[in-house]
Design a protein around this ligand. Structure first.
Ligand SMILES: Nc1nc2c(ncn2[C@@H]2O[C@H](COP(=O)(O)OP(=O)(O)OP(=O)(O)O)[C@@H](O)[C@H]2O)c(=O)[nH]1
Ligand SMILES: [Mg+2]
Length: 410
């Protein structure tokens, strides 16, 4: 990702604490991880306590003055603020500090732009970027030209981000049309799949929790997993077999983060909707992260924003190899809770058992003779359910099995 730059860009990270100062420092650590993922480097963290962010400048004027000096002393390329800024805040802060100002949203969008691989992912990121720019171009003035190139100005693929509002508006409507068409195609594909349904499990969670590592461990695949934020953007589905022989489809999804830009939630709504159709949601949490409880809440809030509810949830406390065995982890909002290490494989048996148990509850027992002309139904039972016995009788195949309710074997 740093290929575009001759040298690493350096930034001063700034947050306004409106209550819990500790939380503001923690959030800056996360902002630094985001910047690191984007290929930049943080030179220092600054927190200002205010009743609320300054409407005109974000920080107080005096603090802006200090920041200007800090930029000079540290030879920083700019300032990154830990909230989403309005156009005028960005312009004013940029004028007062005489440097480039980026907000948390722009930084996240920049990472998404670099990590989007599929056509749909790229469209989704671009539409979020264009909407963000559209809402701000008019008020940004000088601040926009200060942005120049580098972090905060990169679009997905070859796309150059536009600076003309009319052009942007047209582009947004073209992109929306394409995304809508893809959504229709996906709906059709889902309907087809449900003719022979395997149970599906959606893996969700905070970014860097270990979702992709878990998918790889369970299904022997090699989805990119790394110690970077938002390594995964595009959903990947893989088949796994539970110890009882039941086949299940697992889908790895994009991670969530605190203060996830609304435009991004909206843009990814259609791919994340898939999770809403899953039989089970696996909510992966990095149990070794001191912020695990905050992450847990952010994930539930984001799922609610996406209207994903009413599915059974298994909370997966991951990275157990990094936490003390005596520590206890619970999630009273979940239907089940397991402790695992996706890295070592510890606890995977419990996870499979929890999945199998929920699937069993979703199951009906059948004991019937299926006419020979419907023999295809037996194949469906074999792949989607658990075939206990089959006997070839005069009138057909006598089957005893557990099948998903959705299979509709009559
Ligand atoms: N020690 C330890 N590290 C783990 C474990 N699971 C994942 N990791 C590490 O955590 C980092 C993030 O893992 P990923 O699987 O990429 O996380 P993700 O949830 O898919 O992250 P995004 O796709 O970026 O949202 C990687 O460096 C993994 O090696 C675990 O059980 N123990
Ligand atoms: Mg991932």
């Amino acid at each position: 990702m740093t290929d575009n730059f001759a040298s690493t860009e350096k930034y001063i990270l700034v947050a306004v604490a409106t209550g819990d100062e500790e939380a503001a420092w923690d959030s800056l650590d996360e902002l630094e991880a985001l910047l690191d993922t984007a290929g930049g480097e943080a030179v220092c963290h600054v927190v200002q306590n205010l009743a609320h962010p300054d409407r005109a400048v974000y920080v107080g004027k005096g603090k802006a003055e200090e920041l200007r000096e800090m930029v000079t002393i540290n030879e920083a390329d700019g300032i990154i603020c830990d909230d989403e800024l309005s156009a005028s805040q960005m312009r004013n802060l940029s004028e007062l500090t005489e440097t480039k100002v980026i907000d948390r949203t722009t930084l996240i969008l920049d990472i998404f732009a670099a990590h989007a691989k599929t056509r749909e992912g790229r469209l989704q990121v671009e539409i979020a970027q264009q909407k963000y720019r559209y809402a701000r171009l008019r008020g940004m003035g000088e601040a926009l030209s200060r942005l120049g190139g580098g972090i905060g100005t990169r679009g997905p693929g070859e796309t150059k981000l536009e600076t003309d509002r009319r052009v942007i508006q047209k582009r947004i409507s073209v992109l929306s049309g394409e995304i809508e068409a893809m959504k229709r195609a996906r709906d059709t594909a889902r309907k087809k799949r449900s003719a022979s349904p395997l149970p599906t499990v959606a893996i969700v969670g905070y970014t860097n929790a270990g979702k992709s590592t878990l998918l790889n461990k369970m299904t022997g695949s090699d989805v990119l997993s790394e110690d970077k934020l938002f390594a995964t953007l595009d959903p990947t589905t893989r088949l796994a077999e539970l110890p009882d022989g039941q086949q299940v489809l697992f889908t790895d999804t994009v991670g969530f983060i605190n203060k996830l830009p609304h435009n991004l939630v909206d843009a990814f709504r259609s791919t994340l909707e898939e999770a809403g159709y899953a039989d089970i949601i696996l909510h992966v949490i990095d149990a070794s992260d001191p912020q695990a409880e905050l992450h847990r809440r952010v994930v539930y809030d984001t799922l609610r924003d996406l209207d994903i509810s009413g599915r059974p949830v298994i909370t997966v406390w991951n990275k157990a190899d990094l936490v003390d065995a005596s520590e206890s982890f619970r999630d009273f909002d979940a239907d089940a809770s397991v402790r695992i290490s996706a890295k070592t494989g510890q606890g995977l048996g419990d996870l499979y058992e929890a999945v199998a148990e929920i699937l069993r509850e979703n199951r009906v027992y059948i004991d019937k003779v299926i006419p020979y002309r419907d023999a295809a139904a037996v194949a469906r039972i074999r792949s989607a359910g658990q075939l206990l016995s089959e006997e070839y009788e005069e009138n057909g195949i006598h089957v005893r099995a557990y099948v998903p309710r959705s299979l509709n074997i009559n």
